[in-house]
Write a protein that binds this ligand. Sequence first.
Ligand SMILES: Cc1cc2nc3c(=O)[nH]c(=O)nc-3n(C[C@H](O)[C@H](O)[C@H](O)COP(=O)(O)OP(=O)(O)OC[C@H]3O[C@@H](n4cnc5c(N)ncnc54)[C@H](O)[C@@H]3O)c2cc1C
Length: 405
Amino acid sequence: MDKKVEHYDVIIIGGGAAGLTAGIYCGRARLNTLLIEKSLMGGLATYTSEIENYPGFPDGTDGHELMDLFHRQAKKFGVKFKGTAVQSVDFSGEEKIVETFRNRFVAKAVILTTGGKPRLTGALNEDIFLYDKGISFCATCDAAANTDKTVMVVGSGDSAIEEGIFLTKFATKVIVSVMHDEGIMDCNEIAKAAAMSNPKMEFIWNSTVHAYEGKERLETVVLKNTKTQELIPTPVDSCFLFIGYLPNTELFKDKIALTPRGNILVNDRMETNVAGVFAAGDVCEKFLKQVATAVGDGAIAGYSCEKYLAEGEVYEEQILNHGKPSLVYLYNGADATSRSYLQLMEAFGAKQPNIRVTCVDTYKSDGLARRLGAKDLPAIYYLEENKIKHFSQDISSSTLENIIQ
Ligand SMILES: Cc1cc2nc3c(=O)[nH]c(=O)nc-3n(C[C@H](O)[C@H](O)[C@H](O)COP(=O)(O)OP(=O)(O)OC[C@H]3O[C@@H](n4cnc5c(N)ncnc54)[C@H](O)[C@@H]3O)c2cc1C
């Protein structure tokens, strides 16, 4: 089957908080933007009926309603949406290719916001009690709802134990299911000591989850002793699983830099290691995975993407020569010495009608400097047939004359 080809400025993969926010920024910047979401528009946040820590909602908000507002706002700014899974990507060329079952989408830039999913135990009935029914993955999100209740934490890594300690501020009892022998945990020693001396924490050693039970909601976690096979029914109000988080990055393996755990590595502009490919939200390597941080990331990714495309246009139109050699003076406008050479450059440009002379203030925007690979400034680059022929940091009339020989 021949796939239908469509062209966009930006394609966003994933319609959670990060993707929708990136969409709002790209759409508002008048970029022709497509957002592709394979399941529920709004992402993971739609799985919770109570978000209490997203600013602007003093009485809390329903995750579904919040994400619907994001979606409507992105639509208002002209973002187009497709409800299908991205099956493959190719970021090797200047144009980025994103393929779904029916389409081949081509874009100048891509923003990856595919989020991730918490690892499950695979125990009986787990799917019945997920999220609002009692099995949670986020103490920051759901601790307050467990005030004066009994909760279970599954896992003994840093996040399990640290989140367990956090839960003791709300719950009356935190029962921790640990698969190792008594006293052995996967977390750091400080967290271990704090947990072991916390009167609200209890440990069930050598245990894994066998089944979840309850009527409407989770009521009992049935643990199994890994040595004796004894079943241990444990009544709880909620169960928090902290046994790992799996980022949705299968598609991006060998295409962009990932951490050993599979999260996307980005810098503070949400740029990946591939030019024109940005990432935001839970899919990235980051400290706190929340709606508020996904929104911040999405805003940065959308803004960076817009800058990248604008700089790309300037680079195409002003720097690449289109038959005419190009001399570029890269300077820092905040630096007096750099500024003092501007007159020399402009005078030189006036004398050389066959050379396009461009002065770029990197203080305002350093994208062009990055495209030219400039590290130290001020610097002159001379390009012929779109290739850098000369580079110099000696800014003088004689250097300019020599360069164009
Ligand atoms: C039950 C629950 C309660 C939570 N409560 C809170 C809370 O109270 N406060 C808070 O701040 N945070 C909360 N969180 C965390 C919050 O939901 C996440 O941090 C946030 O949703 C991350 O947004 P995201 O856009 O990065 O990723 P996601 O929301 O995970 O969105 C990623 C999207 O990408 C899509 N996708 C993945 N692969 C593809 C593909 N190949 N093609 C197309 N689409 C794809 C997915 O379907 C998904 O919709 C909660 C999470 C859960 C699970």
